[in-house]
Design a protein around this ligand. Structure first.
Ligand SMILES: [Ca+2]
Ligand SMILES: [Ca+2]
Length: 217
């Protein structure tokens, strides 16, 4: 009996480890309007249907074209090495408002894509007049392919999303190490409160706080 319990217990623990190994990947969502730097004519605008009630864009009317000025920049701490994909929650009215430039450093070159026009960093945004998710791709002259970034060491990264065509709208950026191209499988999502907590040794910090509380400080 004891042996059986031990075997079952061991199997159960292995099962837990397997399950957690599969379901724990790194993922994080960031409101576009919470960018660390917003360069005009990219601006924050209100929309009750957007996550957080706001989004960013270079303001414009449908079919007006224009662009290649302004950007949003995010400082993103990546806690573990891996291969990552990005999804954007976007809205794109028409063929003149459906692209951005995307450079994620240090993996990408820090060139000004608005000047170089390097198609490696050109994101052809999926059209649609309701907010929807689109995996960030590069729209090369020979075709459009989903992008992935290999991050070799944990640390700080810089994601810059530049205006290519006015009026392309960005609500949320979703970072994941799930490289599936299937939206249902990846389930990109809006930000949750825990997304804004910087993962810097939380246990050590909590221990310090509790010790201080105990000492009545
Ligand atoms: Ca276009
Ligand atoms: Ca938003």
């Amino acid at each position: 009996m004891r042996f059986k319990t031990l075997v079952l217990g061991t199997l159960f623990i292995f099962g837990l480890l397997l399950t957690s190994g599969i379901s724990y990947g790194y993922e994080r969502a960031i409101e576009a309007e919470m960018a660390d730097m917003i360069e005009e004519p990219m601006i924050v605008a209100d929309d009750p249907n957007a996550s957080g009630g706001q989004f960013v864009w270079a303001e414009g009317e449908p079919l007006t074209g224009g662009g290649d000025a302004g950007s949003v920049t995010f400082n993103i701490h990546i806690p573990e090495p891996g291969t990552y994909a990005l999804w954007g929650k976007v809205l794109a009215w028409d063929g003149n408002s459906d692209s951005f430039w995307v450079n994620w450093m240090p993996m990408d070159s820090d060139e000004n894509s608005q000047e170089t026009g390097n198609t490696e960093f050109r994101w052809g945004v999926a059209g649609g007049s309701e907010w929807h998710w689109d995996r960030i791709n590069h729209w090369l002259d020979g075709g459009t392919f989903d992008r992935e970034w290999e991050i070799e060491a944990a640390g700080d990264t810089t994601l810059r999303i530049g205006v290519r065509e006015d009026a392309t709208m960005l609500d949320v950026i979703y970072i994941t190490d799930n490289l599936s191209e299937d939206e249902a499988e990846v389930s990109p999502r809006d930000p949750l409160p825990e997304d804004s907590i910087t993962p810097v040794e939380p246990q050590a910090k909590l221990a310090t706080t509790w010790a201080a509380l105990k000492a009545g400080r």
